[in-house]
Write a protein that binds this ligand. Sequence first.
Ligand code: TTP
Ligand code: MG
Length: 378
Amino acid sequence: MQSRVIMLVDLDYFFAQAEELRNPSIRDKPVVVCVYSGRTETSGAVSTANYLARKFGVKSGMPIVQAKRRLRDAEPVFLPVDYGYYETVSEKIMNLLRAHADQFEQVGIDEAYLDVTQRTKADYEDAAALAQDIRKETVARQGLTCSIGLGPNKLVAKMAADINKPDGLTIVKPHEVAAFLAAMPVDRLIGVGSKTKERMQKLGITTIGELANYDVQRLLDAFGRKLGLYFHNASAGADDEPVQQRGEAESISRIATLKEDTCELGPILERAEVECEEVHADLIRGGFGFRTVTIIAVAKDMSVHSRSRSLDYSSDRLDVLKDTVREILTHLLAECDLEIRRVGVKVSGLAKRSEAQKRLTSFIEERSNQSDKKQAYI
Ligand code: TTP
Ligand code: MG
């Protein structure tokens, strides 16, 4: 098979960079974009931060209070997320990138794979020149920097893009793959999280190179066939996943066990709201809106109860998700006398959010806020 040339383009500190774009006066300050939960003035989490703020240790997922503490004397700018705006910016960039690819696959609001094998005739010099053109073009036409990884497959391209951030280009030619990966700590490999890292450490594996050389049968014994094979191949830099526009995800969900079984709304809702935030983060990363919200409740006796509600429009708003969840849960608890053990939140009816949809949603939400919000639900 002809060797492929794959590019991963990832916009740098995307939400924060988009904020700098519309307000250049904040460029020299630490910029932190936040998802405010609304409970108190500072409750919520950091969505992302510019690289100046990152120098102070601020990063995605950190509580806002902690970020404020770290940036106390640095004249920071804290801003709430504005997904609609980021989506508009993303759409323009994605259209620009798509034009440079034989095959194109967007994998999040700020990331895309480009298969450029044919147009570069599998020549890495040509591909490097194309990557430089793309970097210049995103800045010149959209005012945003990105980081690019170039390699023989998606896995290597993705890992290469992470090496040199922000505003970097990292090229890994096929014969360089093994050396590129070998010395990296094993948790740099996509799919190896902190728990897997610990398990691998117990097997004496600390680098990707050690994982690649580890006896494959023992790896399968330790992690099962599917995962073991993935680790074996990926650690050698092998990946034959094609670049193709993904089918839309069908649903996104989270489920967790409560601290104790209860029939009270308060603690159940508290857990469900955390799940809403996690589901919502995935939703935004995928660039999706949802129409249907489902609550899954597992009772003390392990019986499973689920209730759904559909909006008559597609939304990507956390407050809409939380309001709907509260409403479903309130009804569910009133309807059945249950002691709940586990609670889950699922969104479905997912669709990529286009600008037109976004405008429609704002219109409907405005209208339904003016009248009775419940009328927006069917
Ligand atoms: P990333 O590409 O992971 O992060 P980034 O673009 O902010 O920074 P980097 O320069 O390292 O690429 O995610 C894209 C956007 O997704 C990010 O700007 C904000 C959002 N996001 C969250 O809201 N929460 C998260 O935990 C992460 C990781 C991202
Ligand atoms: Mg990014």
